[in-house]
Design a protein around this ligand. Structure first.
Ligand SMILES: Nc1ncnc2c1ncn2[C@@H]1O[C@H](COP(=O)(O)OP(=O)(O)OP(=O)(O)O)[C@@H](O)[C@H]1O
Ligand SMILES: [Mg+2]
Length: 311
């Protein structure tokens, strides 16, 4: 579940977990109704595991005791189950440590192990990586994905970070202003966003006014081809990755490089077009562009178009 701060992500998780009561609608987990009109199954009967932003480990309990905490009603062998999940999340040998003797990534894995231990039907994760630094975050993220896949657990993962949502999840629900506005694969969310607002939220977006006619659209960048047929005035979405840029002689083009932002793995090059419109292109970091460099531009692939806002 991906959305900006304050859009209602945590509230939705709290509703699923049963910490909040519904005003309307219903929640089913699998085939089972857990909340509906006049019906509210208490949290402890929903078979849900939760991992919060701040891990919320018990500081006075060892790793092993933290993980075993939710197992007081577990039907099987508690010790064996704790050992199994510790192995699953890669915490072997740390059973007797106290939480403050662990790194951030290790604490995160204890929280995950604790949530997985009772074999819940669903695991809810609310921005669980937000206090990890960038490098560790990327590693723990792919670890957690692998652990959840191996455990066969269904997980609802909340984040406001689009990269995290797209790299971690099979399905992304984009939430804006309290409602889910699109639910699809990461590829679809990125390449076929259902609205201009979603396109802008899930990545960098260039928009150009254009005139659509069937599969084609005319705009300042020339005649482009549409993913979906449209007619009339539209805003054309062009992702920076879909722009090819080549240095040329100044007599050949009025397009000029106006700024370059270097990111290491790539660079964002802003190009001023004859109309004064800026076009951002994401390019390999190996190219060196001078300010004012004249360039030719080509748009690669099919584009999306949205009915012109205000029309
Ligand atoms: N207990 C509450 N009572 C009234 N309003 C609340 C309560 N909790 C949250 N809100 C409001 O509901 C909206 C959604 O809050 P929520 O915590 O679900 O957002 P979020 O998407 O998780 O944001 P963030 O990314 O910042 O954690 C916010 O406008 C918030 O101010
Ligand atoms: Mg929140």
């Amino acid at each position: 579940m991906l959305g900006p701060s304050g859009c209602g992500k945590t509230t939705t998780l709290r509703l699923i977990a049963g910490f909040e009561e519904l005003d309307a609608g219903a929640i089913e987990i699998g085939e089972n109704l857990v909340a509906g009109p006049g019906f509210h199954l208490p949290p402890e009967r929903r078979r849900i595991g939760m991992v919060f932003q701040e891990y919320a480990l018990f500081p006075h309990l060892t790793v092993e005791q933290n993980i075993g905490f939710g197992l007081h009603r577990y039907a099987g062998d508690v010790r064996r189950r704790v050992a199994t999940v510790m192995e699953l999340v890669g915490l072997d040998g740390l059973a007797q440590r106290m939480p403050q003797e662990l790194s951030g990534g290790q604490q995160q894995r204890v929280a995950l192990a604790r949530a997985l231990a009772p074999e819940p039907d669903v695991i809810l994760l609310d921005e669980p990586f937000s206090n990890l630094d960038t490098g560790l975050r990327a590693r723990v993220r792919s670890e957690v994905r692998a652990i959840l896949k191996e455990a066969g657990a269904t997980a609802v993962f909340v984040t406001h970070d689009q990269e995290e949502a797209m790299s971690l999840c099979d399905q992304v629900a984009v939430m804006l202003h309290g409602t889910v506005q699109q639910m699809a694969t990461p590829q679809q969310i990125y390449h076929q966003p259902a609205s201009r607002a979603i396109a802008e939220f899930v990545g960098d977006a260039n928009f150009f006014p254009g005139q659509a006619d069937g599969q084609e659209v005319e705009c300042e960048l020339g005649r482009l081809y549409l993913q979906y047929a449209a007619k009339g005035p539209v805003d054309v979405l062009i992702r920076p990755e879909n722009v090819a840029v080549k240095p040329v002689a100044s007599s050949a083009t009025p397009n000029r490089v106006r700024s370059v932002t270097f990111y290491g793995h790539d660079q964002l090059v802003s190009i001023e077009l004859p109309s004064g419109h800026m076009l951002d292109a994401r390019l390999s970091p190996i190219y060196n562009f001078a300010m004012g460099q004249p360039v030719s531009i080509a748009v690669k692939g099919l584009v999306m178009a949205y009915p012109r806002s205000g029309d």
